[in-house]
Design a protein. Structure first.
Length: 315
């Protein structure tokens, strides 16, 4: 017996969810076709994160599945006017006339905003994880089927959503997602893994001139990335690693107070060595990071090993 998605996702329990979705029969459909389907998904995630009351903290797109780390923030919607709700909704689901999408103008939005039922429905859907995933997956399925000259299911019908209840699990899932390509053997270093959140964070920092020494350029470890104390992720579409609101009330909410991107990269680098070799020296620096997460190297190793070997999470 299946369980309704609304019963599996409850922001009163936790706003954080690890989401996994697989292609039908596990076929490597995301690595096929002239269209770069992985890049399409990454671009689409960026669009949807600016439309829905859903923040994305982690992602990895592989040949036959994808992983997301999302935070549901339905309280955001309370601050959106009716016209703002429709502007967002029409960005991805425009109204149609004779089956053709209408041009979204201020006049169209003002006119449709008088429809209270439409506004209420759009407001509800913009806070719904199911509609976020539907808006991510269905357009690619149509594009891929059209390109392949076929029909039928592209994705397995349901996605998995697993609630995350504590800080250690939150950081562990984020690291697990970023290390997924490495664990699958398609990448040898975290920062070289395309279509991942860790790659997006590093590339954003480099584009902003925040990285003085990028590991991909000099062959050193990602752990050598210098700290810029929370400013390196300004302007990034992903949810920041560090939550700086205690020090700057105007800052965006992040994963963990006082845990910088630099700290996260060091932790991922150390964890990647565990994945590659099965062992890694616990330096004082890493021990300090683990202590701040109220865990130990052995517990962290066990947590990541469980994630990396559990069939229910690997997609």
């Amino acid at each position: 017996m299946t369980v309704a998605r609304s019963q599996l996702v409850d922001v009163a329990v936790t706003p954080w969810y690890h989401v996994i979705s697989k292609t039908v029969r596990g076929a490597f459909l995301l690595g096929e076709g002239e269209l770069d389907r992985k890049q399409w998904l990454e671009d689409r995630l960026q669009v949807l994160s600016k439309v829905f009351a859903v923040e994305l903290a982690g992602f990895a797109v592989l040949d036959n599945h994808l992983h997301l780390l999302v935070r549901l923030v339905p309280e955001q919607i309370d601050s959106w006017s009716d016209e703002e709700v429709l502007r967002r909704w029409f960005t991805i689901h425009p109204p149609r006339l004779n089956r053709q999408p209408l041009e979204i103008t201020a006049e169209v939005i003002r006119d449709r905003a008088t429809d209270n039922q439409l506004v209420a429905l759009a407001r509800q859907r913009l806070a719904d994880l199911g509609w976020f995933m539907k808006s991510l997956k269905e357009p690619l399925a149509r594009l891929a089927n059209q390109a392949d000259g076929t029909s039928g299911a592209f994705w397995q019908s349901r996605y998995k959503s697993i609630g995350i209840l504590d800080t250690e699990a939150l950081l562990a899932v984020c690291a697990y997602i970023d290390l997924n390509p490495l664990a699958a053997g398609v990448s040898d270093l975290p920062e070289k893994s395309p279509h991942t959140s860790i790659r997006a964070r590093i590339e954003h920092c480099r584009a902003r001139g925040r990285l003085q020494d990028l590991s991909a350029a000099n062959g050193s470890s990602v752990a050598s990335v210098p700290s810029t104390r929370g400013l390196e992720e300004d302007g990034l579409w992903l949810c920041p690693i560090e939550d700086r609101r205690q020090h700057d009330p105007a800052a965006r909410a992040g994963l963990l107070d006082g845990f910088s991107l630099d700290s996260y990269l060091r932790l991922v680098d150390w964890t990647s060595r565990l994945v590659r070799t099965g062992k890694a020296r616990v330096s004082p620096d890493v021990a300090s990071l683990l202590d701040r997460l109220d865990t130990t190297a052995e517990l962290w190793r066990t947590t990541l090993s469980r994630l990396l070997t559990a069939d229910r999470l690997t997609g």
